[in-house]
Design a protein around this ligand. Structure first.
Ligand SMILES: Nc1ncnc2c1ncn2[C@@H]1O[C@H](COP(=O)(O)OP(=O)(O)O)[C@@H](O)[C@H]1O
Ligand SMILES: [Mg+2]
Length: 355
């Protein structure tokens, strides 16, 4: 059975980089791994040889790294994925083409609330169904809220429920997100009276796919039940992640966190001078005692504000009762495949775990 490693975390925490490193670690552990990634930095996309468009994973060239497994990578292309779903699951090709050409579909298909999360899950299900991968590493979309992703199947199913689509035509947009309402307003300005016709046709055509969306919702929930959840936390700003809140919300949904990956961990700080040594260094300076006090206070503040070092990262994990893995702060390494490979030993124990 294909394993699923799900990297959660705030936007900017280092999720995408961590997901790529974990994918490499799985290849190093001898697996056929695939990383489904979202918005990688350009350098990382180049390092992984990611195509800019496309809906199929591309092999990452691992020659010279000596890894027994393989890694492929795929960048989520929302529009292409949604269009592919329409082509594949519409009752007939004609319905599919009319839906794809529908102006309303074109305007909203990627703006629906939850659409990005839905597309990630559509792709995840496809990758698992393909049966060609030992593990899928999923980099989650940059959501405002850590848990948007987990709730997406329910939300998406509600959105694609035919009766709910009726709400589209209602003034105010009902359940629709602000972006969709703006798109609708724009459409109305551009297309005038034909807009209602577009919407009605859209609703009629998309209802042919409602069985697919329902079935996918059920499949995705089953996949999410057996996925391994990993929280990526940035050592530069650990306080941005509400760890306790995340753990509570996860357990409310009947799921547990498998561990914490603290990334951008600082190298250990050089040993600091104690108060006595500090006083000896500046003995003879006027008001030396006041200087020592001020310097110590300043250092304390600097330490508190600084990024977590390895020991602090481990303490954080231990307090939460979670296994913890660390990735060092390595701005140069994260730009190339060879560089990323040097970070693999940090995640190898996690990749090698049986699930
Ligand atoms: N271990 C690391 N060391 C140094 N820089 C890193 C590390 N991991 C990520 N970064 C940098 O941090 C930024 C955000 O990383 P990214 O993986 O895109 O985060 P996210 O996917 O959570 O938004 C990028 O510029 C990336 O190069
Ligand atoms: Mg990202």
């Amino acid at each position: 059975m294909t394993r699923i490693d799900l990297c959660c975390g705030l936007g900017g925490s280092g999720k995408t980089t961590t997901a790529a490193t974990l994918g490499l670690a799985h290849a190093a552990a001898g697996r056929r791994a695939v990383v489904l990634t979202i918005d990688p930095a350009r350098r990382l996309a180049n390092a992984l040889h990611l195509p800019l468009h496309g809906t199929d994973p591309t092999p990452v060239p691992l020659e010279g790294l000596g890894f027994p497994g393989t890694l492929s990578a795929l960048m989520l292309d929302h529009t292409a994925t949604f269009d592919a779903v329409v082509r594949r699951y519409s009752p007939d090709p004609e319905t599919a083409e009319r839906l794809l050409a529908n102006r309303y579909y074109r305007a909203i298909s990627t703006r629906l609330t939850g659409a990005h999360e839905y597309m990630a899950m559509e792709k995840l299900t496809e990758l698992v169904e393909a049966g060609t991968w030992d593990v899928v590493v999923l980099d989650t979309p940059p959501t405002q809220h850590l848990l948007d992703f987990l709730d997406a199947p329910d939300r998406v199913q509600a959105v694609f429920d035919r009766s709910v689509f009726g709400a589209l035509a209602e003034p105010g947009g009902g359940i629709l997100g602000l972006a969709t309402r703006r798109a609708l307003a724009l459409l109305e300005r551009v297309a005038g009276a034909t807009t209602m016709g577009d919407i009605r046709e859209f609703m009629r055509l998309i209802s042919g796919l409602s069985a697919h969306f329902r079935e996918r919702g059920t499949q995705v929930r089953a996949l999410l039940d057996r996925a391994r959840y990993l929280l990526v936390l940035n050592a530069h700003a650990p306080e941005r992640t509400d760890l306790d809140g995340f753990l509570d919300a996860l357990s409310d949904r009947g799921r547990t966190l498998a561990g914490l990956i603290v990334t951008r961990v600082a190298a250990p700080a050089p040993a600091a001078l104690g108060p006595a040594e500090l006083a000896a260094r500046i003995a003879g300076v006027p008001q030396a005692e006041a200087w020592v006090r001020a310097l110590l206070a300043a250092r304390e503040a600097a330490v508190a504000a600084a990024q977590l070092d390895g020991a602090a990262a481990d303490r954080l994990g231990a307090q939460a009762g979670l296994p913890t893995w660390r990735i060092p702060d390595a701005p140069e390494a994260v730009r190339t495949l060879q560089g990323l490979a040097t970070l693999v030993p940090n995640l190898l124990p996690l990749a090698a775990q049986s699930q």
